[in-house]
Design a protein around this ligand. Structure first.
Ligand SMILES: C[S@@+](CC[C@H](N)C(=O)[O-])C[C@H]1O[C@@H](n2cnc3c(N)ncnc32)[C@H](O)[C@@H]1O
Length: 257
């Protein structure tokens, strides 16, 4: 692929998602975009770049961006954020009127494991009825999967304690379906972290994990500032920057890089 072709695709993905594709990522374009190229009868990545530069390429541009997202996720990922949530939720519930729902945002939720892990924590604390979880992601395909709440054996083996599996999932063919009760606690929508986040409203807890790593520093700042704006007074954020662990009495803003 020519340098100009790579630059076209990288610039487009960056403008649409914030994801920075360094030259060291050129190798993955062929694999990730092969299906789209075949579907559109394009011989190679340079031909794809030419098509993307043409007028009326909106749907293709969106499909290319989506194909270049990394959607790895698993239940109770990294453990600690969910320990933190276990301490945080009762405090927040006590601080808010009993009739008020606690709103949790799972930003860049991928296939929904993070949102459903939050639901399981709330359920274990007897707070399920108090919670409203919104998961958003740029990729339509992962949002569809999150809504479906159907996971492979491999996916449920990643991070999900077996008691939780038995309690909250039922087997369907060779896969596992989230229980209707947990499914009802979460809503999933497509959403871009680069967009205006104000229409989402405010949240008591915001998870934004394993996505900022794909952005450059100004984009990270912009996204974090947009999310901080969406945080209700006294709420908590869980992102991912190492070295600032929040203990039980630690800061509610738990940015972990
Ligand atoms: C590695 S997954 C992380 C999933 C989950 N938060 C976790 O920690 O397990 C990153 C997700 O970020 C999404 N993403 C990337 N850029 C985005 C953007 N600008 N707006 C919203 N989602 C984005 C991708 O589609 C992908 O599903």
């Amino acid at each position: 692929m020519s340098a100009a072709g790579f630059e076209t695709i990288a610039a487009l993905v960056r403008a649409r998602s914030g994801i920075v594709l360094g030259a060291d990522k050129a190798y993955m374009l062929d694999t990730r975009l092969g299906g789209l190229m075949r579907e559109h009868g394009l011989a190679n990545l340079d031909a794809l770049a030419v098509k993307l530069r043409a007028v009326g390429s909106e749907r293709l541009a969106s499909a290319v961006t989506e194909a270049l997202t990394t959607n790895e996720s698993f239940f109770f990922r990294d453990g600690k954020p969910f320990d933190h949530l276990r301490r945080l939720l009762p405090r927040l519930a006590a601080a808010r009127p009993a009739t008020q729902r606690l709103r949790v945002l799972s930003a860049a939720c991928s296939t929904g494991q993070e949102a459903y892990s939050v639901a399981m924590v709330a359920e274990s604390l007897g707070l399920a009825a108090r919670l409203e979880i919104l998961g958003t992601d740029l990729s339509q395909e992962v949002v569809r999967r999150a809504r479906e709440g159907l996971y492979s054996q491999f996916e449920v083996q990643r991070g999900l304690p077996v008691q939780m599996l038995v309690k909250h999932f039922r087997q369907e063919g060779g896969q596992w379906r989230i229980s209707p009760a947990l499914r009802a606690m979460a809503r999933f929508e497509t959403g871009n972290l680069m967009a205006d986040l104000r229409p989402l409203g405010t949240f008591d807890v915001i998870f934004c994990r394993n996505v900022l790593i794909y952005f450059d520093a100004p984009t990270k700042t912009r996204v974090l500032s947009g999310l901080a704006d969406r945080l209700a007074p006294g709420g908590g954020t869980v992102s991912r920057r190492r070295g600032n662990g929040a203990g039980p009495d630690g800061p509610l803003r738990d940015h972990r890089g």
